[in-house]
Ligand binder design. Sequence first.
Ligand code: AMP
Ligand code: ZN
Length: 492
Amino acid sequence: MVSLLAGKAAGANMTEIKLHNTLTNQLETLAPQKPDEVKIYTCGPTVYAYAHIGNFRTFMFQDVLRRFLRSQRLRLLHVMNVTDVDDRIIQNAAGAGVSIREYTEKYIQAFLEDMRALNLEQPEVLARATEHIEDMVALIERLQKKGLTYSSDGSIYFRIAKYPAYGKLSKIDMGGIQAGARVDVDRYEKDDARDFALWKAPKPGEHFWESRIGPGRPGWHIECSAMAMKYLGDTLDIHAGGVDLAFPHHENEIAQSEGATSRPFAKVWLHSEHLLIEGQKMSKSLGNFYTLRDLFARGLKPSTVRFLLLSVPYRRQLNFTEDGLLQAQNSVERLRNFVARLKTSNLPTGSDEKNAARIAKAEADFEAALADDLNTAVALAAIFDLVRDANTAMDRGEFKQQDAMRAVSAMEKFDLILAVIADDDEAKLRKLGFGKAEERLAAEQVEALIEQRKTAKAARDFKRADAIRKQLTDSGILLEDAKDGSVRWKYK
Ligand code: AMP
Ligand code: ZN
């Protein structure tokens, strides 16, 4: 691992990292329990569809956090859950006549591919809910022993009235929530509107697990408490997620975990603001979303999307606009052109103290900005100021060979966090089936495959016909079967 602070011992003389803790509503200096390791839990995707770029805004903030902490020579133990069981997943899998595992596998793989396309680092542990049912059952049993639960119609609920600290994260006044109000998104009978399900009794025909606490399936909240504590212990250093999760999800996680252990669950809670489109939160339910693949199909590059998502500090809302995309693309180009110029220009030999100091200042400003609650906007400004000054110095012949080497190495360090300068956009797009025109199937190849598909259909070999259609769509070809049997096609 390369450090921005070369020469510093792990954990020693570290830059003070300040993060905004939702729990205290203050900027706090990060002080992990072990000085050189940070235990992080982040709420991951619900895998019933492709993730949208609003989701990736949140995952991007977590990636910047990861990369910055690593650059500070901190080891990470980061756990992210994959919610692979919930109402929609059970319904959709049943509707498609496949198992939950089979249904979610496609979206889990797509999520991992999308992560790779965006250069999002994989957490150390990716934990699927369905592989941790026993841990959830055991945690519910602990809560039962503590008298914090009750059963109704085969389901088990957390009794909030027995947990006075409830609301400390979101500062929500639970007194104002009337019985009968819908707080949690489930349709079960409970004593109090504020209570939430830990274990849900199966409805007729639904998939369920047999367990010591009866047949059923876990509620969403218990999943995170059980998996976080299994891998990270009772107390995490950081717990993060999108701002919409603070209440009720994270509040419920705290109630379950602290209710069971009587110890603090997470020292620091981080919440990222939403990505908006036309003034509204991008969300699946509103239907106003783009997946990453939607954007790639429109010719956008992975680096453009990554830059856009990280350019706005995580606690500010991010407006998703065409103009923003264009600016992001230009910014990445500018960074790449600068590095290319540094590497290829015929510069005078030697070095200049002034330039060395200028580069060192950019490095220090970049690091200080990220240490200030991950202020990516200020960090980027530090880089672009350097780019401008160095370009001017090169124009004037005042930038020497060793200065250029120093600048290249600074840009490489910045890119450990930005991850947009090294250009592998085309390779990534090709891997996902969005090739460049010259790498696409030639028109004659497409026509030949369409002929073969026709022949296969005529011979009622539908398996082969489908395989050919898949090959074509995977290669970025849109097929349209007309009523008269003819086939029209175009490049995506
Ligand atoms: P989900 O797959 O719906 O459970 O969401 C995964 C993550 O994406 C959660 O941390 C959400 O808070 C986050 N998220 C959902 N919509 C948005 C949005 N429009 N902007 C930023 N984050 C979001
Ligand atoms: Zn969670």
